[in-house]
Design a protein. Structure first.
Length: 167
Protein backbone atom coordinates (compact mmCIF):
# COMPACT_ATOMS: atom_id res chain seq x y z
CA UNK A 1 0.00 0.00 0.00
CA UNK A 2 2.91 2.33 0.74
CA UNK A 3 4.24 1.83 -2.80
CA UNK A 4 0.79 2.81 -4.11
CA UNK A 5 0.99 6.15 -2.25
CA UNK A 6 -1.00 5.30 0.87
CA UNK A 7 -0.02 6.43 4.36
CA UNK A 8 0.16 3.58 6.87
CA UNK A 9 -0.46 5.46 10.12
CA UNK A 10 0.38 4.67 13.72
CA UNK A 11 -2.28 3.07 15.91
CA UNK A 12 -0.68 1.86 19.16
CA UNK A 13 -2.31 -1.10 20.84
CA UNK A 14 -1.56 -1.61 24.49
CA UNK A 15 -3.39 -2.17 27.74
CA UNK A 16 -2.08 1.17 29.02
CA UNK A 17 -4.56 2.95 26.74
CA UNK A 18 -7.49 1.03 28.18
CA UNK A 19 -6.53 1.69 31.78
CA UNK A 20 -5.07 5.20 31.36
CA UNK A 21 -3.14 4.89 34.61
CA UNK A 22 0.45 4.49 33.43
CA UNK A 23 1.57 7.54 31.45
CA UNK A 24 5.05 6.07 30.99
CA UNK A 25 3.59 2.90 29.41
CA UNK A 26 1.41 5.03 27.14
CA UNK A 27 4.47 6.97 26.02
CA UNK A 28 6.32 3.71 25.36
CA UNK A 29 3.39 2.40 23.29
CA UNK A 30 3.24 5.60 21.22
CA UNK A 31 7.00 5.69 20.72
CA UNK A 32 7.17 1.98 19.88
CA UNK A 33 4.42 2.25 17.24
CA UNK A 34 6.08 5.36 15.77
CA UNK A 35 9.50 3.66 15.61
CA UNK A 36 7.99 0.48 14.16
CA UNK A 37 6.63 2.39 11.17
CA UNK A 38 9.58 4.73 10.78
CA UNK A 39 12.12 1.88 10.83
CA UNK A 40 10.21 -0.07 8.18
CA UNK A 41 10.04 2.68 5.58
CA UNK A 42 6.69 4.18 6.58
CA UNK A 43 8.11 7.55 7.65
CA UNK A 44 5.24 9.50 6.06
CA UNK A 45 2.63 7.42 7.86
CA UNK A 46 4.58 7.57 11.13
CA UNK A 47 3.74 11.28 11.24
CA UNK A 48 0.10 10.39 11.95
CA UNK A 49 -1.67 8.51 14.73
CA UNK A 50 -5.12 7.10 15.27
CA UNK A 51 -5.68 7.47 19.02
CA UNK A 52 -6.46 4.05 20.57
CA UNK A 53 -9.86 3.64 22.22
CA UNK A 54 -10.58 7.33 21.54
CA UNK A 55 -8.74 8.28 24.73
CA UNK A 56 -7.55 11.78 24.00
CA UNK A 57 -6.65 12.99 27.47
CA UNK A 58 -4.44 16.02 27.95
CA UNK A 59 -1.50 13.78 28.90
CA UNK A 60 -1.95 11.52 25.88
CA UNK A 61 -2.15 14.48 23.53
CA UNK A 62 1.03 15.99 25.01
CA UNK A 63 2.84 12.71 24.37
CA UNK A 64 1.29 12.42 20.91
CA UNK A 65 2.59 15.89 20.02
CA UNK A 66 6.16 14.66 20.69
CA UNK A 67 5.93 12.06 17.92
CA UNK A 68 3.12 12.96 15.55
CA UNK A 69 1.90 15.93 13.54
CA UNK A 70 -1.67 14.71 13.06
CA UNK A 71 -3.97 12.51 15.11
CA UNK A 72 -7.59 11.51 15.01
CA UNK A 73 -10.05 9.72 17.22
CA UNK A 74 -13.67 8.70 16.89
CA UNK A 75 -15.94 11.69 16.59
CA UNK A 76 -18.37 10.89 13.84
CA UNK A 77 -18.41 14.28 12.10
CA UNK A 78 -16.50 15.79 9.18
CA UNK A 79 -13.59 18.12 9.95
CA UNK A 80 -13.26 21.76 8.94
CA UNK A 81 -10.66 22.66 6.34
CA UNK A 82 -8.25 24.36 6.76
CA UNK A 83 -7.43 22.50 9.95
CA UNK A 84 -7.48 24.42 13.21
CA UNK A 85 -5.63 21.71 15.17
CA UNK A 86 -4.33 18.67 13.29
CA UNK A 87 -3.98 16.72 16.54
CA UNK A 88 -7.74 16.77 17.18
CA UNK A 89 -9.49 15.36 14.13
CA UNK A 90 -12.64 13.28 13.93
CA UNK A 91 -12.68 9.90 12.18
CA UNK A 92 -15.10 7.06 11.53
CA UNK A 93 -14.68 3.33 10.90
CA UNK A 94 -14.44 2.41 7.24
CA UNK A 95 -16.17 -0.96 7.71
CA UNK A 96 -19.39 1.01 8.31
CA UNK A 97 -19.95 1.63 4.60
CA UNK A 98 -23.19 3.57 5.04
CA UNK A 99 -21.79 5.70 7.85
CA UNK A 100 -18.54 6.49 6.07
CA UNK A 101 -20.16 7.28 2.71
CA UNK A 102 -22.56 9.58 4.58
CA UNK A 103 -19.51 11.36 6.07
CA UNK A 104 -17.99 11.66 2.60
CA UNK A 105 -21.21 13.20 1.27
CA UNK A 106 -21.45 15.71 4.15
CA UNK A 107 -17.79 16.63 3.79
CA UNK A 108 -18.20 17.15 0.04
CA UNK A 109 -21.31 19.28 0.51
CA UNK A 110 -19.61 21.58 3.03
CA UNK A 111 -16.03 21.51 1.67
CA UNK A 112 -14.81 19.57 4.69
CA UNK A 113 -12.71 16.51 5.45
CA UNK A 114 -13.84 12.93 6.20
CA UNK A 115 -11.28 10.57 7.76
CA UNK A 116 -11.75 6.82 7.78
CA UNK A 117 -9.92 4.11 9.72
CA UNK A 118 -9.43 0.49 8.75
CA UNK A 119 -7.53 -1.49 11.36
CA UNK A 120 -6.77 -4.15 8.79
CA UNK A 121 -8.05 -5.15 5.36
CA UNK A 122 -8.37 -8.85 4.48
CA UNK A 123 -10.51 -11.00 2.18
CA UNK A 124 -13.94 -11.75 3.64
CA UNK A 125 -13.00 -15.42 4.09
CA UNK A 126 -10.19 -14.38 6.48
CA UNK A 127 -11.95 -11.69 8.55
CA UNK A 128 -12.78 -14.09 11.40
CA UNK A 129 -9.17 -15.33 11.57
CA UNK A 130 -7.52 -11.94 11.99
CA UNK A 131 -8.33 -10.19 15.29
CA UNK A 132 -6.99 -6.86 14.02
CA UNK A 133 -8.82 -6.84 10.69
CA UNK A 134 -12.18 -5.09 10.60
CA UNK A 135 -12.59 -4.29 6.91
CA UNK A 136 -12.86 -6.71 4.01
CA UNK A 137 -11.24 -6.14 0.64
CA UNK A 138 -14.76 -6.00 -0.83
CA UNK A 139 -15.75 -3.22 1.61
CA UNK A 140 -12.59 -1.28 0.73
CA UNK A 141 -13.25 -1.72 -2.99
CA UNK A 142 -16.84 -0.52 -2.49
CA UNK A 143 -15.58 2.59 -0.69
CA UNK A 144 -12.91 3.31 -3.29
CA UNK A 145 -15.49 2.95 -6.09
CA UNK A 146 -17.81 5.32 -4.21
CA UNK A 147 -15.04 7.88 -3.78
CA UNK A 148 -14.06 7.60 -7.44
CA UNK A 149 -17.66 8.22 -8.51
CA UNK A 150 -18.10 11.14 -6.10
CA UNK A 151 -16.98 14.71 -6.61
CA UNK A 152 -14.36 14.62 -3.85
CA UNK A 153 -10.62 15.04 -3.58
CA UNK A 154 -8.88 12.06 -1.98
CA UNK A 155 -5.75 12.95 0.00
CA UNK A 156 -3.46 11.10 2.35
CA UNK A 157 -2.78 12.47 5.82
CA UNK A 158 0.68 13.56 4.63
CA UNK A 159 -0.78 15.41 1.66
CA UNK A 160 -3.26 17.07 3.99
CA UNK A 161 -0.53 18.35 6.29
CA UNK A 162 1.89 19.30 3.54
CA UNK A 163 -0.66 21.06 1.32
CA UNK A 164 -3.50 22.16 3.57
CA UNK A 165 -3.30 25.77 2.42
CA UNK A 166 -4.03 24.71 -1.15
CA UNK A 167 -6.78 22.17 -0.46
Amino acid sequence: MRDAGWDISSHPQGTAFRELEDTEAIQQDIESAYEYLNNRGFSDGARHMFVPYHHATEEIMEITREYHELSSYFGGTPNAVPLTDPLHLSRVNMFDIEGFTSQIDMAAEHNQLAIGLAHGVVPESEIQNDPLADTTTQQLETLLDYIEESDVQLVTASELLDNQDSL
